[in-house]
Design a protein around this ligand. Structure first.
Ligand code: ATP
Ligand code: MG
Length: 193
């Protein structure tokens, strides 16, 4: 599951947990993006990586990869999947978990058809976005309904900038990490909700 994870929140975690259970996946690898090519300023990669580690540490099937943050240049999912293939070998079945908003734009991602051939894509429901695979090649995407969590990282950032709590929207350790590092207080990385 790729994401900016700025910060990781319970929407990400519920989606990952649901897909892991439905598809009986051995593990879910969270891959924080390096420099996302389609987003503006984001928090330092190391902070996003550590928040993702903190949030996933208690689940034995959840892991975090540094592949994207350690690769130079903008992050493209086609490269992420090639790296995962190199790590797990040719026989591994790879699934890429993505929310309805991202799925809607997937054909515009770099080398989209190659990318869709490197993994099976799982599109998950997300409140406020319609989940559809109409515009996607048949057989490359499965749609999955996950418990609705109307949470976004931007809303979490805006709440911190406004002095509002993010307890229960993100894991406790992530709240504490945000406070410890003073993330999102100046609204520079807040962005639209
Ligand atoms: P931002 O508001 O900064 O865009 P975000 O909450 O959308 O952050 P991302 O890191 O951009 O989080 O998302 C990573 C992946 O998780 C994307 O595929 C996205 O669609 C999915 N996702 C994010 N939030 C949810 C949610 N509440 N329910 C289901 N999927 C989600
Ligand atoms: Mg997003």
């Amino acid at each position: 599951m790729g994401g900016t994870f700025d910060p990781i929140h319970h929407g990400h975690l519920v989606a990952a947990s649901e897909v892991q259970a439905r598809f009986d996946l051995d593990e879910v690898m969270f891959v924080p993006t390096g420099q996302p090519y389609e987003k503006g300023r984001v928090s330092p990669a190391e902070d996003r990586y550590l928040m993702t580690v903190v949030a996933t540490a208690s689940n034995p099937r959840f892991h975090v990869s540094r592949a994207d943050i350690d690769r130079d240049g903008p992050t493209y999912t086609v490269d992420t999947l090639r790296d995962m293939r190199a790590v797990y070998g040719q026989s591994a079945e790879l699934y890429f978990i993505t929310g309805a908003d991202a799925l809607a734009r997937i054909m515009s991602w770099k080398d989209a058809l190659t990318m869709l051939g490197l993994a099976h894509f799982i599109g998950v429901t997300r409140p406020g976005f319609e989940l559809s695979n109409d515009h996607l090649p048949a057989d490359s995407v499965t749609l999955v309904e996950v418990p609705a969590m109307a949470i976004s990282s931007s809303a979490c950032r805006n709440r911190v900038a406004a002095g509002l709590p993010v307890w229960y929207l993100v894991p406790d350790g992530v709240v504490q990490y945000i406070n410890k590092r003073g993330l999102y207080r100046d609204s520079g990385i807040a962005g639209p909700v």
